[in-house]
Design a binder for this molecule. Structure first.
Ligand code: GRF
Length: 202
């Protein structure tokens, strides 16, 4: 399956997807960043994957930026849109256009800690467990139905950085596995609250 990966920064999740692409039936047809200096663009270039940087500073509205994004995605005939550290909120128009085709990974055990700074917030809330969630993207920010999660223990010595590292290690295994379910046609977003794997509600 042809998929586009959207990034904004380091791209370690992108790297894990690149490394496993052939075993998860995915052809990364393009990597798109909203930041021209995203390190993930270098990772993709190194292995010959086409890259597009759409400089968000050049667009005066979310709508015009997303129109450009749609144009690029359609040029590459992407069948799945994989958000991997893409730090920009998508427009309602974009989300409805690709409903059921957009996956995201979020660094918390959703529905806990939607939004930013999830690691520090989990520590501050005295959580014992933290982790990552892969979900379908719907209009509610970090609110689409969860497909899969993995967790780590929060130790008394953890800070936001050590916790982020532990969670990222889990993400690098969890995301490719979940993407594979999608490329195999086993995952379906039925409506904004319901996802199925092999026709069974998750
Ligand atoms: C990850 O923690 C991901 O869950 C979140 O942003 C971070 C991106 O890291 N959405 P990287 O760019 O993949 O290294």
């Amino acid at each position: 399956m042809n998929g586009v990966v959207l990034i904004s920064g380091n791209g370690s999740n992108l790297q894990s997807i690149i490394d496993k692409a052939s075993s998860i039936d995915l052809t990364i047809c393009c990597v798109i960043s909203n930041k021209t200096d995203a390190f993930g663009l270098k990772r993709a270039t190194k292995v010959g994957i086409p890259c597009e940087a759409i400089d968000e500073a050049l667009f005066d509205s979310k709508h015009s930026f997303d129109q450009e994004l749609i144009k690029v995605i359609n040029n590459y005939q992407a069948e799945v849109i994989i958000l991997a550290g893409y730090m920009r909120i998508l427009s309602a128009h974009f989300i409805s256009k690709y409903f059921g085709k957009i996956l995201n990974i979020h660094p918390s055990l959703l529905p806990k800690f939607k939004g930013l700074n999830t690691h520090q917030r989990a520590i501050d809330a005295l959580e014992k467990k933290h982790g990552a969630s892969v979900h379908f993207v719907t209009e509610e920010l970090d609110g689409g139905p969860v497909i899969a999660q993995d967790f780590v223990r929060i130790d008394s010595t953890d800070n936001a950085q050590t916790l982020a590292k532990k969670v990222l290690d889990k993400e690098h295994a969890l995301y490719p596995k979940t993407i594979h379910w999608y490329t195999q046609g086993r995952l379906k977003l039925i409506n904004k609250n319901t996802v199925t794997l092999d026709n069974k509600t998750l």
